[in-house]
Design a protein around this ligand. Structure first.
Ligand code: SF4
Length: 377
C-alpha cells in the first residue's frame, strides 16, 4: 500500500518483530515462534512496502529495530540491507542503525553489519548476570562476552549500549559497574531506561521496580557518572559523546517525518501519525495502518512537548521551520508555566528547555503543555 506522503520521508524505521524469547519487562510487540517461511514472507512484505512509497528527497536516517533484527540469519540481514540501499534514496551521510541482541550475534552477521551499518545498538540491560535473571533477560555471560569480542571488529562509527536501572534491591555500585564496563567496551552512546512495570509484559505488575525517589537518585547518578567519561545526557534516557547523538531519534523528537515499516511500526507523515497493527500476518497481507488524526493545534502541542524531553529543548530557528511565526506565543505560554514551576523551566529569548529538575518531571510539564487551549496557529 502506498502511504500519503504529505511531506517527503526523511527518516525510515523498520521493525523486525522476532525474538528468541520474551524478556520479563518487555511490552514491545514481537513473536517468538518465527520460522524461515514467516521471515521470508515478512522481508518480502517490507520490500514491497518500500517499493510502493514515494521518496521525493534523500532519507537522512534508517533505523532497524525490534524485536531483534539479528534474529534474521546473516543472509536475511544482507538481503534486508541490500534492498533498503537499493530502493530508498539515502543521503550521503545517512545514519544507518541496527539494534542487536548479544545472544544471536555471529561473525557472519558482523560482516553484514560492517558492510552496511554506521551505528550499532546492543541490548545488554546489565552486565551482571543476576540482574539479567531478575529481568528474565535470557543471555548468558558467555554469550555476552562472545558478542562483545565480535563487536571489537565493528566498522560502524557509533556504538550504543542499552541498560536498565531502577531494579529493586540492586545497589548503585552494580549500576556504576554497568556504566564503567559499557564505556570500557567503546560505547559512545548509552540508553539507560528506568525499569517500569508493564501490564502486558511477562513480569507484569510484579516487576521488581525501585520506588520513584530511588529511581530519581539513580537517574541523577547516571548523569554525573557518565559526564566523568565525557558522555553527557541529551535526552531523559539518552547519553552520548558530543558527536554521537542518535540522529534518527533527534529528528523524530523534533517532529521530522518518519516512514515506519513493519508490524507495530509507527510513522509520521508530517501531519498524522500512524501505527501498523501488532500482527505479522496483517503486515504481510498488506493491511493499512491506523491513522491518529488530531487537530493541527493538538499536533503542534504534542511535537512541542515531545522534544522537551531533550536537554537542548527548542531553539527558535528549529521550531519556526516547523511552525513559522508561532514562537512568541509558545514562549509566552512557557513564561506562564515558569511562573508556576520556576525550577522546571529554562527560558531565553530564542530558547526554551526544561532544567534537570524539569526533565525529572517531564510527564507533568508535558501534561501542562498539552492542556494549552489558546489559538496558537
Ligand atoms: S527486550 Fe528486546 S529482545 Fe527482549 S523481548 Fe523485548 S524486543 Fe525482544
Amino acid at each position: 500500500m502506498k502511504l500519503p506522503a504529505e511531506k517527503s520521508w526523511h527518516n525510515l524505521y523498520i521493525h523486525i518483530p522476532f525474538c528468541v524469547s520474551k524478556c520479563g519487562y518487555c511490552a514491545f510487540y514481537s513473536e517468538t515462534q518465527c520460522g524461515s517461511a514467516i521471515r521470508k514472507n515478512y522481508l518480502a512484505a517490507v520490500k514491497d512496502f518500500l517499493l510502493q512509497q514515494e521518496f521525493s528527497s534523500p532519507v537522512k536516517t534508517v533505523y532497524i529495530g525490534g524485536g531483534t533484527p539479528n534474529f534474521l540469519t546473516a543472509s536475511e540481514m544482507a538481503e534486508l540491507f541490500e534492498f533498503v540501499y537499493k530502493i530508498v534514496p539515502l543521503a550521503k551521510e545517512c545514519e544507518v542503525s541496527s539494534e542487536l541482541n548479544p545472544e544471536l550475534l555471529t561473525a557472519g552477521k558482523m560482516s553484514v553489519l560492517n558492510e552496511y551499518a554506521t551505528r550499532l545498538s546492543l541490548g545488554v540491560q546489565s552486565f551482571d548476570e543476576s540482574v539479567r535473571n531478575l529481568l528474565m533477560r535470557k543471555c548468558s555471560s558467555e554469550h555476552l562476552q562472545k558478542a562483545l569480542k565480535l563487536l571489537e571488529k565493528r566498522r560502524a562509527r557509533h556504538f550504543n549500549i542499552d541498560l536498565i536501572y531502577g531494579v529493586a534491591g540492586v545497589p548503585e555500585k552494580v549500576l556504576a559497574e554497568d556504566l564503567r564496563v559499557a564505556v570500557e567496551h567503546g560505547a559512545d552512546h548509552l540508553s539507560c531506561y528506568s525499569l517500569t512495570a508493564e501490564e502486558n509484559s511477562r513480569l507484569g505488575l510484579n516487576s521488581p521496580v525501585a520506588d520513584n525517589s530511588e529511581a530519581a537518585d539513580l537517574w541523577l547518578f547516571i548523569g554525573e557518572k557518565l559526564s566523568e567519561y565525557g558522555i553527557n545526557r541529551y535526552e531523559i534516557s539518552n547519553y552520548a559523546k558530543s558527536d554521537a547523538h542518535c540522529r534518527h531519534n533527534v529528528n523524530v523528537w523534533r517532529g521530522d517525518t518518519l516512514l515506519g515499516a513493519g508490524a507495530a511500526a509507527a510513522g509520521f507523515d508530517g501531519i498524522d501519525r500512524y501505527n501498523f497493527t501488532e500482527s505479522i500476518d496483517d503486515f504481510i497481507t498488506g493491511r493499512t495502518p491506523e491513522f491518529d488524526r488530531i487537530t493541527p493545534e493538538e499536533r503542534l502541542l504534542e511535537i512541542f512537548a515531545v522534544n522537551l524531553r531533550t536537554v537542548e529543548g527548542w531553539q527558535k530557528a528549529v521550531w519556526e521551520k516547523l511552525y513559522p511565526a508561532t514562537w512568541d506565543k509558545m514562549y509566552k505560554k512557557c513564561v506562564n508555566c515558569a511562573a508556576e514551576d520556576p525550577e522546571w523551566w529554562c527560558l531565553e529569548n530564542d530558547h526554551i528547555a526544561l532544567t534537570q529538575a524539569g526533565l525529572l518531571f517531564w510527564d507533568d510539564a508535558a501534561m501542562d503543555v498539552l492542556s494549552w487551549d489558546e489559538e496558537l496557529l
